[in-house]
Unconditional design. Structure first.
Length: 254
C-alpha cells in the first residue's frame, strides 16, 4: 500500500495489481492504520485509488482458500480487519474521496460506498460479489448499501452478485459521477481543491452528525444535530464565515 501525504491530502493507493488490489489481512490492517493517522489539524481530504487496472477486487480469494480457523478466530479476524476499516472510514474527520480507476468488487465496492465522494472511470465495473463465493456482504455492506441505493436494489446487487458499469453505479447513487478515464484524476482534484477551501472543522462536525444519526430515531438524531451545531456556532470557522459575509469578501478558512 502506497501512502503519500502532502498539501493537506493523504493519498492511499492499493498496490497489489497482480491480484487486482485484493485485500489481504495485512492490507486491510494497513489501510485502517492509514486512516487512523489522518489528522483534522493537518489534512482536509483523503483520496483512495488503485494501482494498475483495478480499484480493488475485494477479499483475497486465494487467502480464503488456504485459511483454516475456528468460527471465533474468523470473527476476531474480520472484526480486526474489515470491521476496523469500516469504523475508521466512518469516523475519519475529513472527507474520503474514492478515485475508482477500475473494477470495484466485493469489499472494493463497499469501500466505494463508505467513501464520502466517489468518482469512477466510465469503463470501471462494479459487483457486490460476496454471494459468488458464498459470503454475505461485509465491510459495512449490509447496513450502508441499502441506505445508498435503496433496499430493493441492494437486495438485487447482493443476492445476484451481478456486474454493472459505472454509469449504472452513478444512477444508483453508489458513486457521484462516471467520468472518462483520462479526466478522472482532474475531476477528483477539483473536489479535493473545493474541500480545501471549506472549513475542515465544520465538515468534520457535519460528517460526524450524519454518520452518528444513520440509525437513530429522528428525535434522538435531532438532539444530536443540535448538540453539534452548538459546537459549530462557537468555532473559529463560524466567526470567520460571518465576518466575511458582513465585510463582503471571501472567507479565509484554516
Amino acid at each position: 500500500m502506497q501512502i503519500d501525504d502532502g498539501d493537506g491530502v493523504v493519498r492511499i493507493t492499493f498496490d497489489r495489481p497482480e491480484v487486482m488490489n485484493a485485500f489481504s489481512t495485512d492490507t486491510a490492517e494497513a489501510f485502517a492504520d492509514a486512516i487512523t493517522d489522518v489528522s483534522l489539524d493537518e489534512h482536509h481530504a483523503v483520496v483512495l485509488t488503485g494501482e494498475g487496472a483495478a480499484f480493488s477486487a475485494g477479499g483475497d480469494i486465494q487467502a480464503m482458500a488456504e485459511r483454516r480457523e475456528t468460527p471465533q478466530d474468523a470473527f476476531d479476524r474480520i472484526t480486526e480487519t474489515f470491521g476496523r476499516v469500516v469504523e475508521e472510514m466512518l469516523e475519519c474527520p475529513v472527507p474520503i474521496v474514492a478515485q475508482i480507476n477500475g473494477d470495484a468488487v466485493g469489499a472494493g465496492l463497499a469501500i466505494a460506498a463508505l467513501s464520502d465522494f466517489a468518482y469512477a472511470a466510465e469503463d470501471a465495473t462494479f459487483s457486490c460479489a460476496f454471494v459468488r463465493v458464498g459470503l454475505i456482504p461485509d465491510t459495512g455492506g449490509t447496513f450502508l448499501l441499502p441506505k445508498l441505493v435503496g433496499l430493493r436494489t441492494a437486495k438485487d446487487l447482493a443476492f445476484t452478485g451481478r456486474f454493472f458499469d459505472a454509469e449504472e453505479a452513478a444512477n444508483l447513487d453508489l458513486i457521484n459521477e462516471a467520468v472518462p478515464a483520462d479526466d478522472l484524476e482532474e475531476r477528483v482534484g477539483e473536489t479535493v481543491d473545493r474541500l480545501g477551501r471549506r472549513p475542515t472543522e465544520t465538515i468534520a462536525l457535519t460528517k460526524r452528525a450524519m454518520h452518528e444519526n444513520l440509525g437513530r430515531h429522528w428525535g434522538e438524531a435531532l438532539d444530536y444535530e443540535n448538540l453539534l451545531q452548538v459546537q459549530a456556532y462557537t468555532s473559529d470557522a463560524h466567526e470567520e464565515g460571518v465576518a466575511a459575509f458582513l465585510e463582503g469578501r471571501q472567507p479565509e478558512f484554516e
